[in-house]
Design a binder for this molecule. Structure first.
Ligand code: AHR
Length: 522
């Protein structure tokens, strides 16, 4: 009976929402309708992916310390970081770059570590690397994390032969020179590689190519990437950044070009005030907070724009958008190498993560992979390390809270909410998404973007009645609260009880600047 009432109430709620949605009419009541009995597309777990580039202390020091290190490690990978990463269920890891990828020659990173050729990292600080972390070490890392490998090949300064041999080395079990070499290096069985990118940012650091030139080059490289031993490569073509729709149009319009890839990458960073002075990660005012949120929300328009082009040529949505670099990009921490892109991570970054993950969930029909930049010690990291110390950032906690959406089915929601206003600018105060998992549990994730006031959301849950509701919240005293090595638990999740659930309607009061995830169990 209760279920029936809930269903009958739907038209009333929708009518109320419509009335509320009159253009330019301020919303008096924040409403989030969640419909639980008509699930949509599956949210690919891979939109919760990560990115590890040879950049600063991401690989060397952050993930990899080597087997001789005093820092406890497994095959050279530091245990503290490994165990923490397992908690957030990393689904895939992209490596070795980034811009570094188009300078990387994989054969420098195989064989006995002490005999490996060194490389100067020309993009990131000009440091010399000893290549002790190479293909075998990366594949071991993915194995220890239980995640899929996403390898980024070198188009900019590499050759077709080099890339095709890398795929053969990784995945072939045929009698072949590359298989023989892999076996000589101690790995008899081929690995599985799920994602393989054909270059990175080839319009910029990956060779400064035009879209036409890259399209033809990608066709050539892709032709020689084999599917060996049952491994089916998901080839990712280099896509544009931001609002560069012409690049997407060029790669999508030609059937011969688009048939050569399964995914098209896009990159988008939120950079307050542009590429000059990018603002401090920790010392910022409300204008910078607001601007960061405003830029984060642009991700939705960027995806819509590129997806609209893809829809014209691929209405069946067989090709995925691969947002393989996203996040906040600030000034490096004072006193650190400008080429290492090391930044702290505050409550602002936590809201950023929630906004992006909600947007990716909402575009589950087209966005199939996304990778936060980057995993450890670089840009919007989930983990920071200093020698043998490790700290989990606010962004880490959001990834842990949102892991419940992985492989769940997207639910239809209708959100009407008040604005967060600063000066003459306004953005929606609330970000949300919802999913239902294979056990019938519903998860609703929300963020309150307003740093000044709590918000209350009325949330009719249409379709099913739930017996139990629990929640978790991440908030902080200040906009710029962060976890340091001295105080690692300033920002951490807590049980959330700021809600009621009666007659199928949730009423949720979120603290200012907070992220909330609710679980509804039948
Ligand atoms: O993530 C840092 C850099 O940003 C990457 O190497 C590059 O792809 C992008 O420009």
């Amino acid at each position: 009976m209760k279920k029936l009432i809930t269903l009958l109430a739907l038209p009333l709620f929708l009518a109320a929402l419509k009335a509320n949605a009159q253009k330019d009419t301020p919303v008096s009541v924040n409403q989030l309708v969640v419909v639980t009995n008509h699930p949509g597309p599956v949210i690919s777990k891979d939109i919760y992916g990560h990115f590890s580039e040879h950049l600063g202390a991401c690989i060397y020091g952050g993930l990899w310390v080597g087997t001789d290190s005093k820092i406890p490690n497994t095959y050279g990978i530091r245990n503290d970081v490994l165990f923490a990463l397992r908690e957030i269920k990393v689904p895939n890891l992209r490596w070795p770059g980034g811009c570094f990828a188009d300078t990387y020659h994989w054969k420098d990173g195989i064989g006995p570590q002490e005999k490996r050729a060194t490389i100067v990292n020309i993009h990131w600080g000009g440091v010399t690397e000893d290549n002790s972390f190479g293909t075998h070490e990366f594949m071991k890392l993915t194995e220890l994390l239980g995640c899929d490998a996403y390898i980024n090949g070198n188009v900019g300064s590499g050759s077709v032969k080099e890339m095709s041999e890398w795929v053969e080395y990784l995945t072939s079990d045929a009698v072949s020179p590359m298989t023989k070499l892999r076996k000589e290096n101690g790995h008899d069985d081929p690995w599985k590689v799920k994602y393989f990118a054909i270059g990175n940012e080839n319009w910029g650091c990956g060779g400064n190519m035009t879209a036409e030139f890259y399209g033809n080059t990608m066709r050539q490289f892709s032709t020689y990437l084999g599917n060996f031993a049952g491994n089916q490569l998901y080839r990712v073509a280099c896509g544009p950044s931001d609002f560069n729709f012409d690049w997407t149009e060029t790669l999508m319009k030609d059937p011969g070009t688009r048939s050569r890839f399964q995914g098209l990458s896009i990159h988008y960073y939120s950079i307050v005030d542009g590429w000059g002075y990018k603002g401090s990660a920790t010392k910022f005012d409300e204008r910078e907070w607001f601007e960061t949120m405003r830029m984060n929300l642009q991700m939705d328009n960027i995806i819509k724009g590129h997806a609209a082009i893809m829809d014209r040529y691929d209405p069946q949505k067989t090709k995925g958008l691969v947002v393989d670099e996203w996040g906040n990009w600030f000034q490096v921490e004072p006193g650190t190498n400008p080429g290492f892109l090391y930044q702290q991570n505050t409550m602002r970054d936590a809201i950023t993560a929630a906004i992006h993950l909600n947007i990716f969930n909402q575009h589950a029909d087209r966005v199939k992979v996304a990778n936060l930049a980057q995993m450890v010690n670089v840009l919007q990291s989930v983990i920071l390390t200093k020698d043998d110390k490790m700290v989990l950032t606010p962004t880490y906690h959001v990834f842990r809270m949102f892991r419940v959406h992985q492989e769940a089915s997207l639910l239809n929601i209708d959100l009407r909410c008040e604005d967060y206003v600063l000066g003459n600018k306004k953005i929606p105060a609330i970000s949300a998404s919802a999913s239902i998992d294979k056990d019938g549990k519903v998860h609703i994730s929300l963020a309150n973007l307003n740093p000044n006031k709590p918000v209350t959301v009325t949330c009719p849950v249409i379709g099913d009645i739930f017996k139990k509701v629990t929640g978790e919240v991440l908030s902080a005293a200040e906009m710029n609260s962060f976890n340091s090595f001295e105080k690692p638990e300033v920002v951490k999740p807590a049980a959330f009880n700021g809600f009621t659930y009666k007659d199928g309607i949730l009423s949720i009061t979120m603290p200012s600047k907070s992220v909330v995830v609710l679980e509804l169990t039948k």
